[in-house]
Design a protein around this ligand. Structure first.
Ligand code: MEV
Length: 312
């Protein structure tokens, strides 16, 4: 039996733009997916998914999940077919699009498989395997999700578009900050969202060029504001980032409603987090009181929420 865990994440700045080599900022949330794997059980690959969260999420991701397993076994050089294999998934990270559920499970499973087969993979290797697995879910992933799922923390991330080492730098902040993550309840297909942005970027080079330039400046300003612990500025930049995400057409009515509720109830900033088209959003709500106010306003409208912190 092998065991492993992977962190959930929230992207604070730069989702989608990060796929194309712009910097992004993401933080682990203090919740994780756990995996237990056992080889030599019957002759099939059995998945027991006990993760809780958005209805329909697991079923809609099943084919992508199967592909991710094959990518993992291929990369690890393991011939498991016909020998039987059981994968159990659980943990306290709710499954929803936007929280890095696929990356967290990929890291957890890769760690568990490494242990079960005595491979002794270090974090760097686990991260590389999880990146390979993420291709099944995101098509052309930037690597930000699996990097946070592997290492945790609050990070500045920049993909190396030439295929070399990606840049990952820890960002230090004075103290952890409360956030609320709102779940639109809509299961999103990250792969489709990433492909859609890439297509429109090609189709409208001028419009997208200008948006991408703003997104890059915004990420640098956001890093400075986070390091200076200037939360009002961080919030304002989150709002600006949301406007850019709306312009590249990755929002949806449920996410817009959640952002509106967050802002009306005092959040310093609110935006889509992750691939959009459904999935989650994040609101910056420093202090337990503000966090509670925003979270309960969302719950009153029937949305599932997560009260957590960044920079832990
Ligand atoms: C998904 O959590 C974040 C995206 O930027 C895709 C990626 O970076 O791989 C949409």
């Amino acid at each position: 039996m092998g065991k492993g865990s992977g962190f959930g994440k929230v992207i604070l700045f730069g989702e989608h733009f990060v796929v194309h080599g712009l910097p992004g900022i993401a933080s682990a949330v203090g919740l994780a997916t756990d995996a237990i794997v056992k080889k030599g059980i019957g002759t099939e690959l059995i998945v027991k998914d006990e993760r809780k969260g958005t209805e329909g999420y697991s079923a809609s991701k099943r084919e992508q999940q199967k592909e991710s397993f094959q990518r993992m076994f291929d990369m690890m050089g393991l011939d498991w077919k016909g020998k039987g294999f059981e994968i159990w998934l659980g943990g306290d990270l709710p499954i929803m699009s936007g929280i890095g559920a696929s990356a967290a499970s990929s890291v957890a499973i890769a760690r568990a498989v490494s242990e079960e087969f005595g491979l002794d993979y270090n974090d760097e290797k686990i991260n590389a395997v999880a990146y390979e697995m993420e291709k099944a879910f995101a098509g052309n992933p930037s690597g930000i999700d699996n990097t946070v799922a592997t290492y945790g923390g609050l990070i500045w991330y920049k993909r190396n578009m030439a295929g070399g080492q990606n840049l990952m730098e820890p960002i230090k902040i004075k103290q952890p900050v409360e956030i609320v993550m709102g779940n639109s309840g809509v299961v999103a297909d990250t792969k489709k969202m990433v492909e859609g942005v890439a297509e429109r970027k090609k189709q409208f080079p001028e419009k997208y060029g200008a948006i991408f330039k703003k997104a890059e400046e915004l990420a640098f300003d956001a890093r400075k504001a986070l390091e200076a612990f200037n939360l009002n500025t961080v919030g304002k930049l989150m709002d600006d980032n949301h406007a850019l995400l709306r312009e590249i057409e990755v929002s949806c009515p449920e996410l817009e409603e959640l952002v509106k509720i967050a802002k009306e109830n005092g959040a310093l900033g609110a935006k889509i987090t992750g691939g959009g088209g459904g999935g989650g959003m994040v609101a910056l709500t420093p202090g337990k009181e503000l966090q509670e106010e925003v979270a309960s306003a969302m719950e009153e409208k029937g949305f599932q929420v997560l009260r957590t912190r960044i920079g832990v």
